[in-house]
Design a protein around this ligand. Structure first.
Ligand SMILES: Nc1ncnc2c1ncn2[C@@H]1O[C@H](COP(=O)(O)OP(=O)(O)O)[C@@H](O)[C@H]1O
Ligand SMILES: O=P(O)(O)OC[C@H](O)CO
Length: 502
């Protein structure tokens, strides 16, 4: 038989990608399509689920065509996806009943506050490992049921299905025959008990969500179904599913307890493998399922930063300071430091470890001497400071000090960002040869399920370092920067609480 490949589908916040990998874990071809972002009101973010499906199947076909590979040479498909983003569709027609509500969307912040005021936060934390926040899918599903006319009645009659993007794509690839998700995506819904690995009836009752809407929960590495032949020219087993941050942890080979990765995409997501035991955080981090592979469930601690690389998109699209994202390094590089300017990019509230949902973007320290270059620098630095806050919380929870931080994601191409990250962390930042580790992780999960690779351990030789950024800043200078950042965060929090906020 001619060479076989694994196709990874990475359905991200800003784009849908398809990447074909060979047995050595090398990228053979890539196709990508940007997604439309809808901002119908301040704090709301939506996606068109039909556009996502069309884009995903389109890039999958393109990746195969680019490599002149046909479906019969694809051993399996692995799916990885932006997590929490919520779509509800009609089981009979397959049509979404509302645009997908994206993880960044804050429309349910008040509803979550009400649940907190009513004393439900501890129950949610103990069952799901999550903080009670609008970030997760649960309150978004409820919003759709409460706001789309007739939705609740239809859901109660069993006519509607809920899913995150993995479920939605599998449903479409299998023409509505398979309605599943995996444990990692389920663990981000605020409806899933991470200890029993089951949907939690008490939480479903609390959020008034009928169980009949929910997908069946499966492991992260098994055959869920086959693609309809019409989509990619032949049936292909879909054999791996994981939320993108979980897939990145797997792709970075962080398969042993204590290993940590940070992904710099739209947001920044740091995860530490904690092994077979879920660790409850004392520092406002999330406890989540890392993956379930070969009957073994591993857990992770996570620090979720809502605005990471998105701050660069904001410099480009919101402020018009740069024409393309890659221009940011040159603009920020025009000045040797931030000139006392700090930007807290709390555009969607602050995530870990602050969890201040009412915070908004805050620029402090500007003078008449402040230029666009200082703002660009402050924007890049904000990604790094947020990462320091999360890493400190994680080290405190785990009781260890990290030797190095493995990084990946779109923004890691920026050397200025990576060097400043090492400087303020005081820890080496290690960039692997393949920074598409999210897709690679999904490919691994799928390949393991169909015997394309024999075991997670057998993959370990594939991880290769491309470049290490060692700390080069004097510790007292780093401390001064971090102190400035802390004051800026305090200002953002004051702004949120003093106003009563909206
Ligand atoms: N040179 C750069 N410097 C910093 N950030 C960048 C650069 N190029 C792209 N980005 C940011 O990286 C993000 C895209 O990364 P990606 O991993 O594709 O994200 P996602 O999976 O969230 O869609 C965007 O937010 C973009 O602004
Ligand atoms: O699409 P990304 O890479 O920004 O990841 C989004 C996260 O999964 C949201 O929790």
């Amino acid at each position: 038989m001619s060479e076989a490949f694994i196709l990874a589908l990475d359905q991200g916040t800003t784009s849908s990608r398809a990447i074909l990998f060979n047995a050595a874990g090398e990228m053979v071809s890539v196709a990508q399509k940007e997604l439309t972002q809808y901002y119908p009101q301040a704090g709301w973010v939506e996606h068109d689920a039909q556009e996502i499906w069309a884009a995903q199947v389109g890039v999958a076909a393109e990746a195969l065509a680019n490599a002149r590979v046909t479906a019969k040479n694809v051993a399996a498909i692995g799916i990885t996806n932006q997590r929490e983003t919520t779509v509800v569709w009609d089981r009979a027609t397959g049509h979404p009943i509302h645009r997908a509500i994206v993880w960044q969307d804050r429309r349910t912040a008040q509803a979550c506050q009400k649940l907190r005021d009513d004393g439900h936060a501890d129950l949610i934390r103990s069952r799901t490992g999550l903080l009670l926040d609008a970030y997760f899918s649960g309150s978004k599903v409820r919003w759709i049921l409460d706001n789309v006319p007739g939705a609740r009645e239809r859901a109660e009659r069993g006519e509607l299905a809920f899913g995150t993007m993995d479920s939605w794509l599998i449903w479409n690839f299998t023409a509505g025959k398979v309605h599943v998700t995996d444990v990692t995506n389920a663990s981000r819904t605020m409806l899933f008990n991470i200890h029993s690995l089951q949907w939690d009836d008490e939480l479903l009752a609390l959020l008034d969500i009928p169980r009949s809407m929910l997908p069946e929960v499966r492991s992260s590495s098994e055959v869920y179904g086959h693609t309809q032949a019409s989509h990619l020219g032949g049936p292909i087993p879909i054999a791996g599913v994981a939320g993108d941050q979980h897939a990145a942890l797997f792709g970075q080979q962080c398969i042993a307890p204590g290993l940590v990765k940070n992904t710099y995409g739209t947001g920044c997501f740091m995860m530490m493998n904690t092994g077979d035991t879920p660790i409850a955080s004392s520092n406002q981090l999330l406890t989540t399922v890392a993956w379930q592979v070969g009957g073994r469930t591993q857990y992770a601690l996570e620090g979720s930063i809502f605005v990471g690389g998105a701050v660069v998109k904001w410099l480009r699209d919101g402020l018009g300071l740069i024409r393309q994202s890659s221009d940011v390094a040159a603009l920020a590089g025009q000045v040797s430091d931030n000139g006392g300017v700090y930007l807290v990019p709390a555009f969607a509230g602050l995530g870990a470890p602050h969890w201040e949902s009412q915070a908004r973007g805050t620029l402090v320290g500007a003078t008449l001497g402040t230029t666009a270059a200082h703002v660009a620098r402050a924007a890049l630095e904000s990604i790094c400071y947020q990462t320091v806050d999360v890493l400190r919380a994680m080290q405190a929870d785990a009781g260890l000090r990290l030797a190095e931080l493995r990084v990946d994601g779109g923004a890691t191409v920026n050397p200025l960002l990576m060097q400043f990250q090492a400087d303020v962390l005081g820890v080496s930042v290690v960039r692997p040869r393949i920074t598409e580790t999210t897709a690679l992780g999904a490919a691994y999960l799928a390949g393991l399920a169909v015997g394309y690779w024999s075991s997670p351990e057998a993959l370990q030789g594939q991880w290769q370092m491309e470049r290490t950024f060692d700390p080069a800043m004097a510790p007292d200078v780093a401390q001064r920067h971090l102190a400035g950042w802390q004051r800026a965060v305090a200002t953002a929090r004051f702004w949120a609480t003093a106003q009563g906020a909206d």
